[in-house]
Design a protein around this ligand. Structure first.
Ligand code: EPZ
Length: 418
């Protein structure tokens, strides 16, 4: 088990490059099940979650190879298996995205029910209801969802909540359905626009991604095409918060500031200087930050995947902050660990009240999920003393590529022990 040791107190400075987006790579890899031929995807981060998706695709009969520094080559032929392995899907919920493309491509899918995780129950009812609306039969058997249809039929789908995964999986399914599908109250995240652009490059007819209404006109087949995915806005937001929490001066490169407007506005409200360019931003802070009120919302609202990082940031701000989590029912697991480091935080239902303290002090802590892990890394970067963070593989490596190298390069005193 890899451990991370961080000696806090160094203001971060210099330049950091952002990797490709995990939450774009995963649905786009799942979408390759719809295609025929060979393609190369670039800007793909080598993360544990991406490796799991690679193994899922291989188990379904695709040939998948990763070539440093960031290319995934995929060969797809028509012999796709219809059963996804339990031991892989339970490791990573996003594996369930494959159900839409599988039913659309081979007419049958047996995919394990992903089950909940540390941040919530995370049911898949919107996926299943949407597939039934497209004419699929959906049954539960032995912990697997079995979905089948000779040919999906386009139809209007209304999502009760703008679920990212359900929007992506149903958008993929509708690309090979007969006729038109309209997804209303769709999620609007940039990763959904990236998926639309990739599929349209492969011959799909999709419009409206990035808005509440997505229109898909089904086609008979899709041809593999090379594609470069977007940068990871959550990694960029995490690095911005690292500059702010250490009172550093960082230039974050190779990302799209427009994808992070809600985060940038909140940083500036707290007193952080953020100067944006087309694909980069300089972030610096000299004074103690001001308290904030934040509510997580679907895009373009404040991203839930940045909530734990801002909890760490506001733990040392001046005054009382309130953060309300409206997306997941159990996403405050990092709070107990931050309190071990001297933070003053009360949980009240779906909100936390943070009384800013002058400083945090190092302590051994344990991450409970990916972004909680990021919050603990940020807290350790500003804490007095050396913090030990356990279990890197299970959490931080799932979503942050080469994090130790990147942090060391910008002045953090960080080392990992295998
Ligand atoms: C995606 O998860 C991201 N994961 C998550 O990032 C992110 O937190 C989330 O969107 C919200 O932005 C990937 O893209 C791989 P949802 P997803 O479906 O698609 C409920 C990270 O840290 N819901 O939008 O699983 C659900 O329980 C991860 O990188 C249903 O009730 O999220 C949740 O409360 C964590 N029924 C809410 O909707 C359904 O059928 C939003 O979930 C589907 C979802």
């Amino acid at each position: 088990m890899r451990k991370l040791f961080i000696n806090g107190g160094n203001p971060l400075h210099g330049e950091v490059e952002i990797s490709g987006a995990k939450n774009s790579a995963l649905p786009i890899l799942a979408a390759t099940l719809l295609l025929d031929g060979k393609l190369s995807l670039t800007n793909i981060p080598l993360l544990n979650d991406v490796i799991i998706m690679m193994r899922v695709l291989r188990s379904l009969g695709l040939r998948v190879e990763y070539c440093e520094p960031d290319t995934m080559n995929v060969w797809i032929n028509s012999k796709i298996r219809h059963v996804a392995p339990y031991e892989l899907v339970i490791k990573m919920r996003a594996s369930f995205f494959i159900i839409g493309p599988m039913v659309a491509r081979i007419g049958l899918a047996r995919v394990p029910l992903p089950g909940g995780c540390a941040i919530g129950f995370r049911p898949v009812n919107y996926y299943l209801k949407g597939l039934e609306t497209l004419g699929a039969k959906v049954e539960m058997e032995h912990g697997f969802v079995k979905a089948y249809a000779a040919k999906l039929k386009g139809a209007p789908i209304y999502l009760d909540f703008p679920s990212v995964g359900a929007t992506e999986s149903l958008m993929m399914a509708a690309t090979l359905a007969e006729g038109e599908t309209v997804i209303e109250n769709a999620a609007q995240e940039p990763e959904i626009v990236d998926l639309q652009n990739f599929l349209n490059k492969c011959g799909a007819k999709i419009s409206g991604a990035g808005t509440q209404t997505i229109v898909i006109n089904g086609v008979n087949s899709l041809k593999a095409a090379d594609y470069r995915i977007i940068p990871d806005r959550i990694e960029a937001g995490t690095m911005m918060t690292a500059a702010a929490i250490t009172k550093g001066d960082l230039t974050i490169k190779n990302f799209i500031p427009d994808h992070l407007s809600a985060v940038i506005v909140k940083l500036q409200e707290a007193g952080v200087e953020v100067e944006c360019g087309k694909d980069c931003a300089r972030v610096f802070a000299k004074e103690r930050l001001k308290a904030l009120n934040i509510k997580t919302l679907p895009y373009p609202g404040f991203p839930t995947d940045m909530q734990p990082q801002f909890t760490s940031l506001l733990s040392i701000a001046k005054g009382t902050s309130v953060i309300t989590e409206s997306i997941f029912e159990n996403r405050f697991m990092h709070v107990q660990e931050l309190k071990r480091m001297g933070a003053d935080i009360q949980i009240e239902g779906h909100s936390i009240i943070i009384e800013g303290v002058p400083k945090l002090s190092a302590a051994p802590v344990r991450a409970s999920d990916l972004r909680a892990g990021a919050a603990l890394v940020l807290a350790a970067l500003c804490a007095e003393g050396e913090t030990l963070i356990n279990d890197m593989e299970r959490y931080i490596d799932r979503g942050y590529e080469k994090i130790v190298q990147k942090l060391s390069k910008i002045g953090a005193d960080v080392k990992e022990i295998k």
